[in-house]
Design a binder for this molecule. Sequence first.
Ligand SMILES: Nc1ncnc2c1ncn2[C@@H]1O[C@H](COP(=O)(O)OP(=O)(O)OP(=O)(O)O)[C@@H](O)[C@H]1O
Ligand SMILES: [Mg+2]
Length: 350
Amino acid sequence: MTEVCLHGLNKIFRGGERVHAVKDFDLEIASGKITALLGPSGCGKTTTLKMIAGLLRPTSGDITFDGKSMLSIPAERRGVAMVFQNYLLFPYMSVGENVGFGLRMRHVDKDIIQRKVAEMLELVRLPGYEARRPKQLSGGQQQRVALARALIIEPDVLLLDEPISNLDAHLRDEMRELILGIQRQLGITTIFVTHDQEEAVVLADGIALIFGGQLHQFDEPNVFYERPASAKIARFFGGVNFLEGVKHGEQVETPLGDLYTNHQNIGDGPVLVTARPENLELGAEGENTVQARIRSHVYVGTHSRFKVQAENWEFEVVAEASTVQKFQDGEVVPLKFPREKIWLVRSEEQ
Ligand SMILES: Nc1ncnc2c1ncn2[C@@H]1O[C@H](COP(=O)(O)OP(=O)(O)OP(=O)(O)O)[C@@H](O)[C@H]1O
Ligand SMILES: [Mg+2]
């Protein structure tokens, strides 16, 4: 297994307009883990992946595998396999020939190739598909062939560029499960690219969130919900509740009254108080409570979701399903911001 590290990595494209696609990127990707590079379109995900694969040369910085610099090592000797955004199967080859390609290049014995191809097709749940042509397969099946073709060379590092985003919702779930299953079974260091935060959360042990070529936060998935490093990150992860305030120690002065926080993650001064909808409490009394009017509600079976308003601030609250029976739309009720559940981020957007 292989630990992958990026050290002050930069990529500047100079053909025509100058594009600084990857900026001072530092990242330690633990051996045997599955890591997501997450961010909006154009933020530099594919560029980063290609530099790790050895398909693009960094402008500056270093890439190490288990502490050894890869810059002078050509792509085919890095022990890396990459599955591209648009899978790129060879259309004129059968599925079996596609999957066996990497081994044929390495002059492996025909019988062994045949056996390995069968094993790989089994692994991606396409047993017996050797003779088909890529165009006789669905998109999801083609993607799985591309995965089998990558895995057959037994890479130390598996790189997947948006492996799931081209698939419809049902196939997406199946492919997620397949990738997770294979990754756990083989324990291979896996880095995958996605612009979908839900996909990153479901699949990854760690998420590197990138905006504009820069790493903004690298953490376990739950941390992005509970302790986002900025308001922008909170919003990217679906955060909707924000309240302006000024922090003095554990006290935060807000237009709705003083709130108290257990967290000292940032210094005193202007802040935004943020909380997940499921962490706000309707009807609860005591500290950190403001008066809010219920604007609307929906009952979703397993829970209920309220929109509430306090002065000019709107909040969403997710509560137990039965809460809908307790409150009427238009009613003014206490809204609690539990001190251990609220989180503070800097008020200004970067
Ligand atoms: N060969 C190139 N020459 C010039 N600019 C490039 C080149 N390749 C990528 N870029 C630019 O670098 C930036 C990052 O591109 P990249 O393909 O890494 O984005 P991405 O995060 O993978 O986006 P997507 O989610 O759309 O695939 C973009 O602004 C892109 O236009
Ligand atoms: Mg891309």
